[in-house]
Design a binder for this molecule. Sequence first.
Ligand SMILES: Nc1ncnc2c1ncn2[C@@H]1O[C@H](COP(=O)(O)OP(=O)(O)OP(=O)(O)O)[C@@H](O)[C@H]1O
Length: 280
Amino acid sequence: MSAPLATLDDDRTYEEIYSQGIIVDPAPHLEHSVRIKNVKKSFGSFDVLTGLNLNFVDDAITTVLGPSGTGKSVLLKHIVGLLEPDSGVVEVFGNDIWHISEKERQEIRKRFGVLFQDGALFGSMNIFDNVAFPLRKHTKKRESEIREIVMGHLDEVGLTRAVSKYPGEVSGGMKKRAGFARALVLNPSVVMFDEPDSGLDPVRTSLLNDLILKMHAEHGGTYVLVTHDIRTARKVSDYVGVVWQGKLIHYGETEEAFNSDMPFVRQFLSGDSVGPLGMD
Ligand SMILES: Nc1ncnc2c1ncn2[C@@H]1O[C@H](COP(=O)(O)OP(=O)(O)OP(=O)(O)O)[C@@H](O)[C@H]1O
């Protein structure tokens, strides 16, 4: 049996919501590029996603928040098609991505941009070649055109002076900005960020968050951010989804999440040691 819709008149207890999760279709009349329907995923006997439902709002920035180890990165890997759910559906651009061919899945992946935690740059290529890589691999553009596109994106992320440097020669923040430029170079409709703030100091985190907002304002697209950094979530998100124990237990506009009465959400967003979330 699937969990009921979370609505304002949801009269379940908090404990029932924690254990059953919620289903959210924030804009049922609209198309969604990414829909997650009752997705379950276990590794051995360890249940990570336990029936997660979430339709991401197109052209908005949605942050998925939750404690460490709750399955946020596993969720992202499902969206990009790197992990197959044990059950449930991952629907991307109207396709159940595990009921299409590998070739079709690869075509869909080209419409995604992904910024991994460390930028996932190729250590043997300089910054320019790293950003040019998707264009050289997936398009037939001439080198002159590639140079123009790459330099445009490197300019936007403030890296024009680092084009010849190798990833090992630049700071963590620069690697992330290069990874961001590379994630955008094919003009993706959906951009995903796996803990963009990890390993950055508060000032670099804030600058990267400004960049995320600027790039979203300029290029549009559906942005999905996974983090446990509350300040990042508050600064960049239009919507916040909170995941706990492999289920979505809260979803709403950012301020709504920060004003939630739900004990777990309140505890997590305020960083309080007292509440339903313990050490295990
Ligand atoms: N391929 C895998 N094989 C086995 N276990 C895995 C695999 N991938 C993830 N896990 C486990 O699934 C759980 C959830 O991992 P995930 O990385 O999604 O957590 P997270 O919510 O992103 O946490 P964090 O905020 O700490 O990054 C972890 O316990 C992790 O060890």
